[in-house]
Design a protein around this ligand. Structure first.
Ligand SMILES: *Cc1c(COP(=O)(O)O)cnc(C)c1O
Length: 369
């Protein structure tokens, strides 16, 4: 079986991990955590990086740091991961969805303004699969309406928007370091911001809101979201190779693109837009509706040929857990629905060998020619 993802861990990972073990620094108090925060923040041109336990936790902390609560509305794409919406709902705020652009699969920024009400507090932009969301119109809207912006850059390590790093936009940005991301720490995440107060709040929320002078007296409820020194050691080693990793992903994308260009009724990822070149976090395929085949069937046939795949995101308004709360009644987001029904991604990890990649191409051509 060719797995949908294999990480590449053959740089300084082992060396730095050994340093943790030999020095005894394994908890979040170890020196790699700060080093990783500083190096990563520098890479995305941010003043502050707050390393946390995963990308979902980073989003939770970002939403909580902005003080989003009952009565507030937060605009986000329908086509995203559940991580984006969790804390909005737990905080008692209302998520407001926007459909995707059919070509980039990102939130269609032209549909955002119509969703703004006097209750809107924030826009959560999420960069999807390899291309950034179109940030400038979102930043312009947020400035005009006095809204906060959270940028979920979990899939965008090293990617740029109009030459500026993804993760450098908005009041707060977040990353994940799950093993299928361009930089992994096993499990891990980071919140980034230029705002001293938001950074201090995120650091405090990460660490149970312990107070410096009255440690066990709490004015606010936080979480334990701390990243360990072991994780940060991995992250630092991975970050050293980010440019090489990006080049590798783009080579993979170009190869898949060439291999699939003649297959009929198949939408491939856009190679570029006027603001970015695709970074191919994953290589997704969307089956044309004229085909008598849904993503589920294609994934089944590829599995039978030893090829691992993943379905595209199931849109937020189709989530049973959210529907049961009475959310999104009667709402429809046709592009997000089509992407979920017709879309899936194929092995795209950094550890994918050329031979594996060629087997994937063959199998895809076999079932879709
Ligand atoms: C991976 C991912 C997350 C969640 O990160 P975890 O580290 O798995 O919790 C959040 N948002 C997006 C867009 C992601 O791709």
């Amino acid at each position: 079986m060719i797995p949908v993802n294999t990480p590449l861990l053959d740089g300084n990972e082992k060396k730095y991990l050994l340093e943790c073990i030999e020095s005894g620094w394994i908890s979040s108090e170890g020196p790699f955590v700060r080093q990783f925060e500083e190096a990563f923040a520098a890479r995305v041109a941010r003043r502050h990086g707050i390393a946390v336990s995963n990308g979902t936790a980073a989003l939770d902390a970002a939403v909580e740091a902005l003080g989003i609560g009952p009565g507030d509305e937060v605009i986000l794409p329908a086509f995203t991961i559940i991580s984006c919406i969790g804390q909005i709902i737990r905080a008692g705020a209302t998520p407001v969805l926007v459909d995707s652009d059919p070509t980039t699969w990102n939130m269609d920024v032209r549909q955002v303004e119509a969703k703004i009400t006097p209750r809107t507090r924030a826009i959560m932009a999420v960069h999807i699969y390899g291309l950034p969301a179109d940030m400038d119109p979102l930043l312009e809207l947020s400035a005009r309406h006095g809204l906060a912006v959270i940028e979920d850059a979990a899939q965008m390590h090293g990617q740029t928007y109009k030459g500026r790093p993804c993760g450098s936009f908005g009041d707060l940005s977040t990353f994940s370091f799950y093993p299928n991301k361009h930089v992994t720490t096993g499990e891990g995440g980071m919140v980034l911001t230029n705002d001293d107060k938001l950074a201090e709040d995120c650091r405090s929320l990460r660490n149970l809101c312990f107070q410096p002078h009255k440690r066990f007296v709490h004015e606010r409820l936080g979480w334990n979201l701390r990243m360990t020194n072991l994780q940060a050691a991995l992250g630092l080693a991975q970050l050293e190779r980010l440019d090489e990793f990006l080049a590798r992903k783009r080579r993979m994308g170009a190869h898949y693109d060439a291999a699939f260009s003649t297959l009929p009724a198949l939408q491939r990822p856009l190679a570029e837009t006027d603001y970015a070149r695709n970074a191919y976090w994953v290589y997704g395929l969307v089956l044309g509706e004229e085909r008598n085949m849904k993503a589920e069937e294609a994934m089944r046939q590829l599995a039978a040929r030893g090829i691992g795949t993943r379905p595209f995101f199931c849109p937020m308004h189709w989530q049973p857990v959210l529907q049961r709360q009475g959310l999104f009644k009667g709402e429809s987001y046709p592009v997000a629905e089509r992407l979920y029904t017709q879309g899936f991604y194929i092995p795209s990890g950094l550890g994918l060998t050329d031979a594996e990649r060629d087997s994937v191409c063959e199998a895809v051509a076999e079932i879709l020619a």
